[in-house]
Write a protein that binds this ligand. Structure first.
Ligand code: BGC
Length: 753
């Protein structure tokens, strides 16, 4: 991996993670493959071409060896380009056999599946992983997912989801990397590299799969945080905020893009020539193929931009959408549209070319079964080293939000009784969260199992009472829970959201702890026992009451298969938490959207400046409860001696920023050092702060190190008043910080012509 735009110099340190950009170029054509594609294309009938543009699914009835009757005749005629939701080696072999033995041209089927944070070994949900700020581990997590998926014969994942999101009501925030376009871009690259490998040649290897950047675009801008809702976003916001992670995925070589369900400014993305032709093909030179989201072409009718499905198909084809996911619109109508002259054959040929090209790049024409072998699958999935990696990732994804009087960790040498209370203590089902591939939910390690094993030969004793369930208001278990709490020294309350409460079509208007959980915590507080709250959930919650009333809070998210062990590692202090938030936690739902990289207004915002006409709330602060970049550790760090090597740079000239970091506590630990910039005056208004660099570093207790970041004018670029991507001369503020709200170390510099 080439670190070409940042250099981090850590004197005598163990370097953990830093921001970097990929050196891998996106696919730009290969003469030999083009020749092969053309020769296949020249043999194809129009119907067969449209078949390649068609993806089938079958809601699980092709997850076993049984083949759905709906698909079979199409497969035999060679009219199926791709199938998804077929997940067993037997089923896949049977389907591929059918396509190969009976169809005229024997074009292999491409099997796809939503492998979002693991296939069998489930890693923490993507938002959680982003909180690790650990690009190398994120890449590794994707590469393990790819190895398990490929071993099952599936060569395409509908991931990474790279939608920037600022609204925790939206259930799909769990799938992304949070609110920041810079961090989101670095994570997008890492995930693409993990799935696909470092070159087009790597795609053929038995443990790599094709990735898909989704959902293009601004799906995360859904109005009112309601899934599928409209996104009314300006072109500048698209370009400066929502496009960058997609561009990064593209530059890292992602082979496919998925359309988003939403409309932008009246045009549903799936019908948008602007997005899929002007931007993706003409401006970015993307050479892979575009798949719709599930039935998104059909949905152009209820969106009200097509009178029927036939017209919907024409709009999508003209927009540059190559493959129809499950909707069968292309299959049913595209032939007549071509015959009537409504869609040129060239549009079809181009789409099929792109799809076949990917099949060649994946090596499917040489080995359509992609090394499919049940024995290989058995030996690949859930390997001990995969499980260990999942455990380490889960520990690094958790964020310590509060830790009054160092209540945590509870080390094994303590003699105490802990009351384990709450609906997530023994819950295994929700640990994986949504989009959890083929992970066996009953195999996930619960918190109870994790802590019981961890404290096995110690003087820590556990009592247990669930107290309530995750979602209902039933208080029948309160009395038992309170009795248990009274016998203990510490209450460890494990709560959160049911896994179905986040993900697709799982939005909430009230983002407090659901059901009776907060009511139970209020009762527990009255016992006077110190309370540690461990949260398993899919979105930032409104934790205002909890922040003010419990003693410690650990946000463990949905941590995956090894979750219980990872959280036990943190509780016992065997791992010192290092996660930092990548999506702000609001104080209440009324603040949403609240995010660190907001704009100023013309009015003062601060809560302490006197003026009646401020940009503020009468009943709440402007700032979130826990901001982007925030997270605690069991040790403390001090950052100081920030230096710039110049106070003026010319375009293209580097600026070096150094600072010293010291671990001032009594434990080893990791700190995420963050570099933010503010462009003070622009031709258009600029965010009050933007993340530009970061590094996750490990420091032994008492250790001090110097960190060095390098920036240049490209890092200061944005879309100016004329929509040109450029940096503008002028003054900039720059901070080295431990969170987006940390302004202790501030300098200024100028960019000159
Ligand atoms: C989701 C996509 C997913 C697809 C296939 C859709 O409903 O929006 O993210 O890839 O289903 O499961």
């Amino acid at each position: 991996m080439k670190r070409n735009l940042i250099s981090v110099l850590l004197i005598g340190t163990l370097f953990c993670s830093c921001s970097s950009r990929t050196s891998w170029q996106s696919y730009s054509g290969d003469k030999e493959i083009e020749r092969k594609v053309d020769s296949v294309l020249s043999l194809m009938t129009l119907e067969e071409k449209i078949g390649q543009m068609t993806q089938f699914t079958s809601f699980g009835d092709i997850t076993g060896p049984q083949v759905s009757e709906d698909i079979e005749p199409y497969l035999r005629k060679g009219l199926v380009g791709s199938i998804f939701n077929a997940v067993t080696t037997d089923g896949i072999r049977k389907l591929q056999d059918m396509a190969l033995s009976e169809s005229r041209l024997k074009i292999p089927v491409l099997f796809g599946y939503d492998v979002v944070h693991g296939f069998k070994t489930i890693f923490p949900m993507p938002l959680a992983e982003s909180c690790s700020w650990d690009l190398e581990r994120i890449e590794k997590s994707a590469s393990i997912a790819a190895a398990e998926t490929a071993a099952a014969g599936i060569k395409w994942t509908f991931a990474p989801m790279v939608d920037i999101a600022r609204d925790p009501r939206w259930g799909r925030v769990m799938e992304g990397a949070g609110e920041d376009p810079y961090l989101g871009s670095r994570i997008a690259e890492a995930r693409v590299r993990g799935f696909q490998g470092n070159s087009w040649q790597a795609l053929k290897s038995p443990d790599k799969i094709l990735a898909c950047a989704k959902h293009f675009v601004a799906y995360g801008a859904a109005e009112a945080g309601r899934d599928y809702n409209i996104a009314d976003v300006s072109e500048r916001t698209l370009r400066d905020l929502y496009f960058p992670p997609f561009q990064a995925a593209h530059k890292a070589g992602v082979g496919t893009f998925m359309t988003a369900f939403n409309e932008i400014s009246g045009v549903p993305c799936t019908a948008s020539q602007y997005l899929f032709t002007d931007i993706l093909r003409d401006e970015w030179n993307f050479n892979g193929f575009v798949v719709t989201d599930y039935t998104a072409i059909n949905e152009l009718v209820p969106h009200g931009v097509a009178r029927d499905e036939k017209q919907a198909g024409e709009l999508a084809a003209h927009a540059g959408v190559d493959m129809d996911m499950t909707g069968s619109v292309y299959l049913k109508h595209l032939k007549s549209s071509v015959e009537e002259g409504k869609v040129p054959v060239a549009v079809i040929d181009n789409a099929v070319r792109r799809i076949l090209e990917m099949k060649f790049l994946l090596g499917l024409f040489d080995d359509p079964y992609a090394g499919l072998d049940p024995e290989r699958e058995k030996n690949t999935i859930l390997k001990p080293e995969f499980l260990q990696a999942a455990r380490e990732m889960a520990a690094r994804s958790a964020v310590l939000l509060k830790n009054e009087n160092d209540l945590l960790p509870i080390t094994k040498d303590k003699k105490c009784t802990i009351a384990l209370i709450g609906p997530m203590v023994k819950n295994k089902e929700s640990m994986n969260g949504e989009w959890a591939g083929q992970g066996n939910r009953q195999q996930s390690v619960s918190l109870f199992e994790g802590v019981t094993e961890k404290y096995e030969r110690s003087n820590v004793r556990f009592l247990y009472a669930p107290g309530c369930d995750l979602t209902t208001d039933n208080e029948q278990g309160f009395a038992e829970a309170l009795a248990v709490a009274r016998q203990a020294d510490i209450v460890l309350f494990a709560g959160g959201e049911d896994f179905n409460w986040s993900g697709e079509a799982a939005c909430r208007t009230d983002i407090k702890l659901p059901g009776a959980q907060q009511a139970l915590l209020k009762q527990l507080k009255k016992t006077g026992k110190p309370i540690v709250l461990i949260l398993f959930n899919g979105r930032p919650l409104d934790l205002s009451w909890e922040d003010g009333n419990v003693n410690a809070i650990l946000e463990a998210w949905y941590p995956g298969t090894m979750g219980g062990h990872a959280v036990a590692d943190i509780i016992a202090g065997d791992y010192n938490p290092s996660g930092r938030l990548t999506l702000s936690f609001p104080r209440n739902v009324g603040q949403i959207p609240v995010y660190y990289n907001h704009k100023n207004t013309g009015r003062p915002a601060s809560d302490d400046t006197y003026s009646d006409y401020r940009s503020f709330y009468l009943d709440e602060k402007n700032a979130p409860l826990y901001p982007f970049g925030y997270g605690l550790s069991y040790t403390t760090f001090e950052i100081g001696n920030m230096q710039l090597d110049k106070t003026e740079i010319k375009k293209g000239e580097p600026l070096a920023v150094t600072a010293e970091i010291r671990n001032t506590g009594d434990r080893d630990g990791e700190q995420v050092v963050q570099l933010y910039v503010r462009d003070i005056v622009g031709s258009v208004s600029r965010p009050v702060k933007e993340l530009k660099r970061f590094a996750k570093i490990f420091l032994k207790k008492g250790e001090k190190q110097t960190i060095r970041f390098e920036l240049d004018s490209d890092d200061l670029a944005f879309h100016d008043i004329d929509m040109r991507y450029t940096s503008e001369p002028g003054e900039f503020k720059i901070w080295i910080a431990d969170s987006s709200d940390d302004e202790r170390l501030e300098k200024t510099f100028r960019l000159i012509e």
